[in-house]
Design a protein around this ligand. Structure first.
Ligand SMILES: *Cc1c(COP(=O)(O)O)cnc(C)c1O
Length: 340
């Protein structure tokens, strides 16, 4: 039996159709700029996000690092959320490899950074201070899209203070599908955007950094420095093209499945489900750490994989269907009914 893996939307395997597209891919040496499939992916991504250019990269981490390293240089700083992936979960790459200091700020409850606070943390032009150059946001944030009017306000603040803007848009397509707007309604507010092909879009590997021609040229150089110049990468890029052409609108199914899961779990007395109709493909459940450990072990025996301690994050994706949600709810309800 195929396991139902709710740990992350990164766990998907390419579908037979995606694999067929990959095996048919025309390839060349991308370090020479000669891989037609990589070139096609980069053109398609730039067209979709409305930027001049794009660069196929190995991961979201690499996309964000290149984003920060092309806007900032040694001695600069970027403003970022305290719990943002870029700050917290990417090994401090910008500091380690770029000499770029983060200025982390607490998020508001809706995943935004308070723009008054952001402005107050922009350093003056003073030899004592790092040069504040960049504002970095994340969308979706904890599975929730940022409000569209906020994006406009953030962009105006950045322009006013001559900051560049980078969006960690790992799940930007989830946001656009959920908000029923074009992805450009989100991306147009940023100088650069990194998005993941290997999350909800279902490709096995890769992300894309989108930005101006000049920025992408710089990023191409840094990518090579980082060892990210890949040769016949078109086999992977073909999966990305397939994903962009076929797997965007269907994200709505993942959102519906997550909502179904949240509603079902909320019926279980022992579980505290964070309910929000704004969420996309994630459900958060709070429970006592020991109880969470027991539930995780029990579900594993039934082929249902979850993770987390007090805060369990359940993520829906292409390899989880509606029937799987019913199976999960049945298993969880049966587990809690045992002792009664
Ligand atoms: C997954 C993720 C990334 C990084 O992607 P990797 O491909 O795992 O390096 C960046 N930001 C957010 C918000 C993510 O969820």
């Amino acid at each position: 039996m195929k396991p139902i893996d709710l740990r992350s939307d990164t766990v998907t395997r390419p579908s037979p159709e995606m694999l067929a597209a990959m095996s048919r891919a025309e390839v060349g040496d991308d370090v020479y700029g000669e891989d037609p499939s990589v070139n096609r992916l980069e053109e398609l991504a730039a067209e979709k996000l409305g930027t001049e250019a794009a660069l196929f990269v190995s991961s979201g981490t690499q996309g964000n690092l290149l984003g920060v390293m092309t806007h900032c240089t040694r001695g600069d700083e970027y403003i970022v959320g305290q719990k943002a992936h870029t700050y917290r979960l990417e090994g401090g790459g910008a500091a380690v490899l770029g000499g770029i200091q983060p200025q982390p700020l607490d998020f508001e409850t809706d995943g935004t950074l308070d723009l008054v606070k952001v402005a107050s943390f922009i350093k003056p032009d003073d030899i004592h201070c790092a040069r504040t150059r960049l504002l970095c946001l994340e969308n979706t944030m904890g599975g929730t899209p940022l409000p569209l009017d906020y994006l406009g306000q953030a962009a105006r603040l950045a322009t006013k203070h001559r900051l560049n803007t980078h969006l960690d848009g790992a799940r930007i397509f989830n946001a656009s599908v959920k908000q029923e707007v074009s992805v450009q309604a989100i991306s147009r507010h940023f100088d650069s955007i990194s998005f993941c092909l290997s999350k909800g879009l279902g490709a096995p590997v890769g992300s894309v950094l989108c930005g101006s021609r000049e920025q992408i040229q710089k990023a191409r150089r840094w990518r090579k420095v980082l060892g990210g110049g890949m040769r016949q990468a078109g086999y992977l890029a073909a999966a990305g093209v397939y994903a962009l052409e076929n797997n965007v609108q269907r994200l709505a199914e993942d959102h519906a499945n997550a909502a179904l899961l949240a509603r079902g779990l909320a019926e279980v007395e022992e579980l505290e489900v964070e309910s929000s109709s704004a969420r996309t493909n994630m459900v958060f459940v709070k429970m006592d750490q020991e109880a969470a450990g027991r539930l995780t072990a029990h579900l594993k025996k039934q082929g249902i994989i979850i993770q987390g301690r007090e805060d369990i994050r359940l993520v829906t994706h292409l390899d989880v269907c509606r029937k799987d949600i019913a199976s999960v709810l049945e298993a969880v309800k049966a587990y809690f009914a045992r002792g009664k």
